[in-house]
Design a binder for this molecule. Structure first.
Ligand SMILES: C[S@@+](CC[C@H](N)C(=O)[O-])C[C@H]1O[C@@H](n2cnc3c(N)ncnc32)[C@H](O)[C@@H]1O
Length: 352
């Protein structure tokens, strides 16, 4: 066991500096130790994992984090090495509580010397056997407990293993390294995964009447329709032909601004309230935030909204805060995160 508590964080490679800065805002004593892979950093955690899991604030750029309880050089015969490490790792994993089903998953990442692959395979198999013997049930998709393994080749060419055990909820993502993977079948655009991930991360379900601003070619609209919503899709661009005849879809070929102007004329007569508004419009984030404020009158009380901020080079936390301040005039900002499926973007969750 190392003397200073450690953790491994994962962010989008281009946002790692922001991830470190937001952690240091929480605790100025947190320090980066080394880069293990693009976007993956070994960091000190002087306050310890228990405290971090209990009181870390919402973080925009840290996608995934796990505590390092074992940091060791992979050496010796694969069988012996795996057996020894399993013993050490299981020693820090509690037994499954007597009531209910308690699941686990072993999540492995990293790059390690080829010769060590055999160790990793054996290690995963023996940890799985030991956790099963402790009363846990393997569940890769929705684990309660996660055994995280990150193997890394150090400057001397040795395989180094970092391992930790934590509650999946404390890792900030149930996915290995926060890399959310969804099936591509039936998906109309790569962008669709952004909304699927946002709904999962923010714990939202899209139902009732939904408004999709900047809808083309229709990836988000399709996610909303699949969730059972009635969707008004607004975009000057055309939607994918596969959506054309969907009975719960109303397509408006217009800009969002034009749509609001028309909606404002009829609102008093027949309030066009939506329960859910999404906005993935390709435009500068302040402009998009202002347009979103103009949409507020269309969102029913208790409704939710999800939008993306498209970031230009150099637009980090300070600029994001300014755009959030615009939104705060009309909404409560309930969450902001750079999701796995966001590239130069962050996703914002709003409520009224
Ligand atoms: C990234 S795409 C949206 C992708 C969509 N979410 C999907 O899943 O298929 C951005 C869209 O914003 C639309 N857009 C840009 N300015 C707009 C405006 N003022 N009003 C409405 N849509 C706009 C563009 O026409 C484009 O189709």
């Amino acid at each position: 066991m190392q003397s200073v508590p450690l953790m491994i964080i994962t962010a989008r490679a281009e946002s790692a500096q922001y991830a470190i800065a937001e952690l240091q805002k929480y605790d100025a004593a947190i320090r980066p130790v080394r880069e293990l892979a693009p976007g993956v950093r070994l960091m000190t955690l002087p306050g310890g994992w228990g405290q971090f899991a209990a009181d870390a604030p919402p973080l925009i750029f840290v996608r995934h984090v796990f505590p390092v309880v074992i940091a060791t050089i992979l050496a010796g015969e694969a069988d012996d090495c795996a057996a020894l490490l399993t013993h050490e790792i299981i020693a820090v994993a509690p037994p499954a509580p007597a009531d209910g089903v308690h699941s686990f998953s072993v999540q492995t990442r990293g790059s390690w010397p080829n010769a060590q692959y055999a160790v990793m395979d054996k290690l995963v198999a023996s940890i799985e056997a030991a956790m099963t013997a402790r009363g846990f049930v393997k569940n890769v998709k929705h684990p309660d407990k996660v055994i995280s393994l990150f193997a890394h080749k150090n400057e001397a060419g040795e395989g180094v293993l970092y391992a930790g055990v934590s509650a999946a909820g404390d890792n900030r993502s149930r996915w290995n390294g926060g890399a959310a993977h969804y099936a591509n079948e039936g998906v109309l655009s790569r962008a669709a995964h952004k909304l699927t991930e946002a709904l999962e991360v923010f714990g939202l379900t899209a139902s009732g009447r939904a408004l999709d601003l900047g809808a083309a070619p229709g990836g988000w609209t399709n996610v909303l329709l699949d969730a059972g919503a009635h969707v008004t899709a607004v975009d000057p661009g055309a939607l994918d032909a596969r959506l054309a005849k969907h009975p719960q879809l109303h397509y408006v070929c217009a800009t969002a601004q034009r749509f609001f102007a028309e909606a404002a004329k009829i609102k008093n007569a027949n309030a066009p309230f939506f329960n859910f508004i999404v906005n993935d419009m390709k435009m500068e984030m302040y402009e998009s935030a202002r347009i979103m404020c103009d949409a507020a009158f269309l969102l029913a009380p208790g409704g939710h909204a999800v939008m993306t901020f498209k970031l230009k080079t150099g637009q980090g936390p300070a600029k994001i805060k300014k755009a959030l301040d615009i939104l705060a005039q009309k909404y409560r900002v309930a969450g902001v995160q750079q999701l796995f499926h966001n590239r130069d973007e962050v996703t914002v969750w709003l409520t009224r």
